[in-house]
Design a protein around this ligand. Sequence first.
Ligand code: SAM
Length: 197
Amino acid sequence: MTPERYQKIMRVLGKRQPTLSVLMDEVNKPHNFSAILRTCDAVGVQTAHAVPPKSGEMPSFGSSAYEATSGSAHKWVRVQPHTDAVSAVRELQAQGVQVLATHLSQRSVDYRTPDYTRPTCVLLGAEKWGVSDAAAEAADGNIIIPMFGMVQSLNVSVAAATILFEAQRQRLSAGMYDTPQLAPDDLARIAFEWGYP
Ligand code: SAM
């Protein structure tokens, strides 16, 4: 590995945000899944949680259909599979993570309202039916990107990017990109996995 490559890996890992993640609930179009991973990488999300779709023609994680849109992000963002959204939400909450479901409900707030400097996971729904009511209820909060057009919803990858860059904005203000957020052992392990001997 060249010194430049090593420096880039260390620079990227120095900005990773282990306390920020997404949970994709049956996002079934490979280009959406991959675009979300690409945004995760750009913002510093190290782990993306995903409930694979139960039906549809989605290829398995890691196939070339994903890799085409991700711009290689699938190599740099770990995907942790879960069997269902509600149990994934509960598991994250047990780790002290606030789960914010992108869902329109009585308790929805503008996506800019929550404090994203807290450990946070953004729950994103399937293209056809969105976040299930059960998962939205289990979440700590419901957030919505206000829309004023004729169409009722955004593409899921666009919604993910909008929210994750708000999280990035808040975390930049709070200085969370100025010092490494990964624990030293994790940083060393990932650097090794990414190719540093
Ligand atoms: N028919 C679905 C519904 O009623 O929820 C539409 C799902 S939308 C195409 C797919 C996903 O994109 C949603 O589950 C949510 O995660 C995200 N999304 C789309 N528009 C959004 C918005 N205005 N605010 C927050 N999330 C949004």
